[in-house]
Design a protein around this ligand. Structure first.
Ligand code: SF4
Length: 227
């Protein structure tokens, strides 16, 4: 499965939906394809009325590392793909610096539809969309999850505070190791976030390499998410 799979499948499913079909006769959908179908047909919040393309996510299944951003921006809404445009280019450079590529990681968002004018998602929109990303994380099955930006960290991990106070460590939730870092768009806006962000990504690289070498997992704060 390559990284364009989800984008191509999303487009294909839109065509099927428009023709009244949900999958090809004689084929069985995977749980992730079922989830994609559910997202594509979701009208649970007001963002369904203004979205151009829902952005489900993209990457290999299973994946050792999953990245979770806040939600689609303008380019993502236009293409249906996660992290395109300037933020996506910066993300590609960050990944290369820690010896990863898009082919190695699964990328998704907390919110699947773009909020108008890139405003923050409203609490009820988050509440309606959160079950999708939680299920998606389970289906992708990463050992390491990187939340990018404060909105993603707070909603996924249920922790509060400024981003700088949440970063710099791993959180252990249901056997997965979560790390909080800045969203690439924040790095483009503010140079001073670049150094701490680089420390975060180096922390991930070291943890990943130790895990791959001998299965050692990082020290982490164990938290329970109440949902
Ligand atoms: S943002 Fe999520 S909950 Fe709202 S319509 Fe889109 S997929 Fe459904």
């Amino acid at each position: 499965m390559n990284t364009s799979w989800a984008g191509q499948l999303a487009g294909f499913l839109r065509i099927l939906r428009d023709t009244g079909l949900t999958h090809l006769p004689g084929t069985q959908k995977t749980p992730l394809e079922d989830l994609l179908q559910e997202v594509e047909s979701c009208t649970n919040c007001r963002l369904a009325k203004t979205v151009t393309n829902k952005v489900f996510g993209q990457g290999p299944i299973p994946s050792l590392v999953m990245l979770v951003g806040e939600g689609p921006g303008r380019e993502e809404d236009m293409t249906g793909l996660p992290f395109v445009g300037r933020s996506g280019q910066l993300l590609d450079r960050i990944l290369a610096a820690v010896e990863l590529t898009r082919q190695d990681v699964y990328i998704g968002n907390v919110i699947k539809c773009r909020p108008p004018n890139n405003r923050n998602p409203l609490p009820d929109e988050m509440e309606h969309c959160m079950p999708f990303i939680r299920k998606q994380i389970d289906l992708v099955g990463p050992k390491f999850v990187v939340t990018m930006g404060a909105v993603a960290a707070r909603s996924i991990l249920g922790i509060q505070g400024a981003l700088h106070s949440m970063r710099g460590k791993f959180y252990l939730v249901d056997g997965r190791y979560y790390m909080v870092t800045y969203h690439p768009a924040a790095l483009l806006r503010n140079e001073r976030y670049k150094r701490p962000a680089w420390e975060d990504w180096k922390m991930l690289r070291a943890a990943m390499n130790r895990y791959k070498a001998d299965g050692t997992l990082p020290v982490a704060d164990k938290i329970n998410i109440l949902i």
